[in-house]
Design a protein around this ligand. Structure first.
Ligand SMILES: CC(C)(COP(=O)(O)OP(=O)(O)OC[C@H]1O[C@@H](n2cnc3c(N)ncnc32)[C@H](O)[C@@H]1OP(=O)(O)O)[C@@H](O)C(=O)NCCC(=O)NCCS
Length: 406
């Protein structure tokens, strides 16, 4: 069977239906409407068998926070090949066309959440941020120090949440690499859209805001899965998102979430890897904290990506980059930072380190150091002190974290 990969020009609904099938789901009217509100049809690609759509790939036009700023990034989404046509090269061909298009558009970066970590590395994506998962029994969730709430917390309905949450989220953007700007359509269709079949047995979402002097500086969104028997409370509070503009509000919100009555257990699956809760609780082990892969990043254009970032110190570094999938990145790049401004150029000078483009991605947001990458046999040091020099330049204040799957 011959397959053809080309820009998709059909209806949004057919595209979404084909993608859902690849993920083992059936399209539903309400889900389709939510996705349609977000979909950028001019960025969709299809794999066709005759006139049948059997594979999909899409992209959102995001702005991604990076160390010292923001860069355009393609948010890769709805990538799927139906099980009838798997392992015939459809994904590879869609990735080829998609990355060429991202490059042509001048977006230096592409980001995605991977259903399986093994899929995208072959296309140059590297693990760029981690997420933390926790699950704690409520009766083991005391803080180590006395906690005096600094603000007040109140429930808001969805309409008020829509008014208050975005400002809190946006205030965090300069603070941490790994966030992308959310459009109103994104908030509506990806954050507040709450159909019963997405709740996994829990109830509708609750929304609370944290306020000081009537000004919202934090929020939490969570749901509760009810379970009740004579031995005591067994319900689970599932945290969907907790964001606050300051550490005090953040801890207040967590104290609130850990104290809701009739709850046996509190769970969250996407917290920042440097979540302060670990240091706030009396029994850190009881959090059951586990780290997993978060955002995957593709440095689509090494020169503009490196020049678009800011660095911890002035200095110089020459990197030998290998990029089998996007050969325009292949070669030796000189990075010189003078008075805080980076200059990136191709060079013939001897390299300090050598690595794959996916390793540049792993270090780019500050998620991993070159030392960690070299200890994992990913980065090779070619000049004495090369790895340490790279780390001195790329060091960041905060771990990158992406609060939302797309
Ligand atoms: C993952 C998926 C898109 C792969 O599509 P595909 O058309 O079968 O992939 P291809 O035939 O183009 O394979 C490309 C390469 O990736 C590898 N690969 C594909 N899927 C893989 C997987 N799930 N795990 C590991 N490797 C995988 C192939 O072996 C192939 O390797 P090669 O180029 O070295 O020979 C498809 O299986 C799918 O839709 N799965 C369910 C939905 C999903 O997980 N989508 C990804 C969302 S992030």
């Amino acid at each position: 069977m011959d397959i053809d990969v080309r820009p998709y020009d059909g209806s949004a609904r057919d595209f979404i239906a084909a993608a859902e099938t690849a993920f083992g789901e059936h399209i539903r009217d309400d889900d389709a409407a939510a996705w349609e509100a977000m979909l950028e049809l001019d960025r969709t690609l299809g794999t066709f068998d005759g006139d049948r759509l059997v594979g999909t790939a899409g992209a959102f036009s995001f702005d991604l926070t990076i160390p010292g700023g923001v860069l355009p990034a393609a948010g890769i989404t709805m990538v799927g090949v139906q099980p009838t046509h798997r392992r015939k090269g459809a994904l590879r061909r869609m990735m080829r066309m998609q990355l060429d298009d991202v490059h042509d558009r001048g977006e230096p970066l592409a980001i995605l959440w991977a259903s399986e970590g093994s899929i995208y590395q072959r296309f140059g994506y590297g693990l760029a941020s981690l997420r933390a998962r926790i699950g704690i029994q409520r009766d083991r969730a005391a803080f180590a120090r006395p906690h005096l709430p600094a603000g007040s917390i109140r429930f808001v309905d969805v309409d008020e949440a829509k008014r208050l949450f975005p400002a809190v989220h946006d205030a965090l953007l300069p603070d941490r690499p790994g966030f992308f700007g959310r459009t109103p359509a994104f908030w509506d269709s990806q954050v507040f859209y709450d159909p019963e079949h997405w709740r996994h047995g829990a109830g509708a979402a609750f929304h609370v805001v944290h306020e000081v002097d009537g000004v919202a500086d934090g929020y939490a969104r969570y749901r509760i899965r009810d379970e009740w028997d004579d031995s005591g409370p067994k319900s689970t509070l599932l945290v969907n998102e907790v964001l606050a503009t300051n550490a005090v509000a953040h801890l207040d919100l967590w104290r609130y979430l850990l104290d809701v009555d009739l709850i046996g257990r509190i769970e969250a699956w996407n917290l920042p890897p440097d979540e302060p809760l670990m240091l706030a609780v009396l029994e850190p082990r009881r959090l059951g904290l586990a780290l997993a892969d978060g955002l995957w990043l593709r440095v689509v254009d090494v020169a503009s990506a490196l020049a678009g970032r800011r660095y911890r110190t002035d200095g110089g570094l020459t990197v030998q980059v290998q990029d089998a999938f996007c050969p325009w990145n292949e070669g030796r790049w000189s990075l010189r930072v003078e008075a805080g401004i980076p200059i990136v150029e191709p060079t013939d000078a001897a390299a300090d380190i050598a690595c794959d483009v996916s390793d540049v991605a792993a270090a780019y947001l500050g998620g991993f150091t070159f030392r960690q990458l070299s200890e994992a046999a990913r980065v090779t040091e070619l000049s004495p002190g090369g790895v340490a020099r790279a780390d001195a330049l790329f060091a960041t204040d905060r771990a990158p974290w992406c609060p939302r799957v797309f």
